[in-house]
Structure formats: structure tokens, C-alpha cells
Ligand binder design. Structure first.
Ligand code: NAP
Length: 308
């Protein structure tokens, strides 16, 4: 068992988790961040973040993640890259088990974020990494001079479609309605980009190919008619799913799986807080994630002080 009891353990090293670490460490608390991949979370795989205040030219998501990591570390937050496999959140101390270690803390901040939702159609799993991608920044260059489709009509789909025009000769956005969900300013960029065209009122019902993707079968949502679109790549951006499997049954969740926590970030369990995309909230952005992180750290600090 661990012999150090941390004041706060933060699960997840995205903007929410790293900001919580910064605020916690600056309050002289003993803070540990556990992240399974790399600093920055979902934001780190975004090519350019254009609406985070203070960066008028935008900032690469990866760079922002590294800067947040550096800043939290400068004030003494500890960070490990390990995968959490079990949480015991009721009672005191809280226990966090990873594949390598067991840690204990007085308070836990859940900042596990959300991951890309899959389409769930035949061929998607089979061609994952062989033409099917969920990250334009990671995989865009593989499609230089090729044709790709982007599925979805939200900010992610439309922004990433614009980004993919740097590489692909043609980008087709396939959306299930005839109007985009993306913000108007994002939509305008896509409408003005000659390499982008749109397939409206269509859902992808199958991804086809041999070794690599060669096409998608789409179905018209109005007429029900099916047709095939030839493509070399399929980029899927159909929304996010909260990463709450580890806390289900312990922490109260909404019907769609987000953690129920109010603006104070407190969950139903004393000493357990939720910050960032994993929390039920009206706006999921880097700026709201970092705000949650700061609030959660202050709330956790108050909780830890009251234990004394
Ligand atoms: P989103 O806003 O939830 O959009 C998901 C899109 O996928 C919607 O257009 C939805 O269609 C479509 N969709 C959902 N399930 C589908 C299915 N099974 N088949 C086909 N289409 C499906 O998700 P997101 O774009 O990933 O963004 C997530 C959050 O991050 C949002 O809050 C977004 O604003 C934010 N974000 C912001 C920025 C920015 O501000 N620059 C950039 C990226 C992300 P309907 O429209 O018909 O529902």
C-alpha cells in the first residue's frame, strides 16, 4: 500500500486536471495528477485552438497541453503516466489503484474528460487505423492528395474538415441533417473552402474496403435510399462520450453518463469533485474546463482543511 497520503489526487491530465493541479499546488497542497496518455487531453489532439483567450493567433493543442503541464509542475504538482483501474471514493482516505501502484488521497478530482463517439456501423472497427480515424492532427498527412470524408456536423467535424484540406485533394462532409450544428464562424470557413463539399441528410451505414478503406455506404435520412461514396479515408467526429466507467455506481451520473456536479464541482460523494468535459454542463470548451479545474481545486482545498 502507499505510505504517502496526497491532499488531492487528480484523475486526468487535460486542461481541467492540470489547472486543478496548478491551483492545488499553489495552495501548498500535496497534489498528484494521474494521466494515462499525454498532457492536454482531447485538446492536445486539436490542431489549433482559436478561441482560448490570450492567444490571438490561436495555439496548437499539443503546445497548450505541454505548457499547462509545465506550469503545474513548476509549483510542485507531481504527475505520473499510469492507467487508473479502480477507485474507492467513499470514506477516507480515497484509494486510487493504477496498473502499477496504489495511491491514497484526502480528496479526488475527476477530470477524465470525454472521448470520441464511434459510429457503430459495420466496417468501422475493421478499418480503424486503415482509413478510419478519429484524429485529423494525428492522421491527416497520411491522406495527402487523397479523398476523405468527414462524418458529423458539429464544431469538431467542420473544423477538422477545414484542417484536412491542407492534405486531401477533396473533403466531403457527410451530415445527417441539412444544417450544421457548428458555430457560424466555423461554418463560414468550410463554406468558403473550395476543396470541401457536403452530403446532406445522409448517415454512414457501412465502411467498405479490402485492406484499406475504399468507400462508405450512405443512406438518405429523407428517402431511405442507399448509395456508395468512394473515399480513401473516413474521419469520424460525431460527438463525445464521457469517460465515467470507473466511477459508475459510486458517483451520481446523468442519464447520458456525465457526472452530476454543480458549479462548485462537488459530486454526491464528500471529497470527490468533477471538472471539465466529464461534468454535466452547458458548454464544453478549454476555457470552461480550466475554470472548472480552478474551482475544483479550491473546493477540494476547503474540504481537506475541514478534515483537520
Ligand atoms: P457535437 O457538437 O455533439 O456534434 C456532433 C455531431 O455529430 C452533430 O452534428 C450530430 O448531428 C452528429 N452525430 C451525432 N451522432 C451521430 C451519428 N450516430 N451519425 C451521424 N452523425 C451523428 O460534438 P463535437 O463536434 O465533437 O463537439 C463536442 C463539444 O466540443 C461541443 O460542445 C463543441 O462545441 C466543442 N468543440 C468546440 C470547438 C470550438 O469551439 N472551436 C471545437 C471542437 C469542439 P446533429 O447535429 O444532427 O445532432
Amino acid at each position: 500500500m502507499a505510505n504517502t497520503v496526497y491532499d488531492i489526487i487528480i484523475i486526468g491530465g487535460g486542461p481541467a486536471g492540470l489547472t486543478a493541479a496548478l491551483y492545488g499546488a499553489r495552495s501548498n497542497l500535496k497534489v498528484l495528477v494521474i494521466e494515462k496518455m499525454m498532457p492536454g487531453g482531447q485538446a492536445a489532439i486539436t490542431e489549433s485552438i482559436e478561441n482560448y483567450p490570450g492567444f490571438p493567433q490561436g495555439i496548437a493543442g499539443f503546445e497548450l497541453g505541454m505548457k499547462l503541464h509545465e506550469q503545474a509542475g513548476r509549483f510542485g504538482a507531481e504527475m505520473v503516466v499510469e492507467e487508473v483501474v479502480e477507485l474507492q471514493l467513499a470514506g477516507q482516505p480515497k484509494v486510487v489503484k493504477t496498473t502499477q501502484n496504489t495511491y491514497e488521497a484526502k480528496a479526488v478530482i475527476l477530470a477524465t474528460g470525454a472521448k470520441n463517439r464511434a459510429l457503430g456501423c459495420p466496417g468501422e472497427e475493421q478499418f480503424r487505423g486503415r482509413g478510419v480515424s478519429y484524429c485529423a492532427t494525428c492522421d491527416g498527412a497520411f491522406f495527402t492528395g487523397k479523398k476523405v470524408v468527414v462524418v458529423g456536423g458539429g464544431n469538431s467535424a467542420v473544423e477538422e474538415a477545414v484542417y484536412l484540406t491542407k492534405f486531401a485533394e477533396k473533403v466531403t462532409i457527410i451530415h445527417r441533417r441539412d444544417t450544421l450544428r457548428a458555430d457560424k464562424v466555423v461554418q463560414e470557413k468550410a463554406f468558403n473552402e473550395p476543396k470541401i463539399d457536403f452530403l446532406w441528410n445522409k448517415v454512414v451505414v457501412e465502411i467498405t474496403g479490402q485492406d484499406q478503406v475504399t468507400g462508405v455506404v450512405v443512406q438518405d435520412t429523407v428517402t431511405g435510399e442507399k448509395s456508395t461514396v468512394a473515399t480513401d479515408g473516413v474521419f469520424v467526429f460525431v460527438g463525445m462520450e464521457p469517460q465515467t466507467a470507473l466511477v459508475a455506481g459510486q458517483v451520481e451520473l446523468t442519464e447520458d453518463g456525465y457526472i452530476r456536479a454543480d458549479e462548485s464541482t462537488a459530486t454526491n460523494l464528500p471529497g470527490v469533485f468533477a471538472a471539465g468535459d466529464v461534468r454535466k454542463k452547458p458548454l464544453r470548451q478549454v476555457v470552461t474546463a480550466v475554470a472548472d479545474g480552478a474551482v475544483a481545486a479550491m473546493a477540494a482545498e476547503k474540504y481537506v482543511e475541514n478534515l483537520k
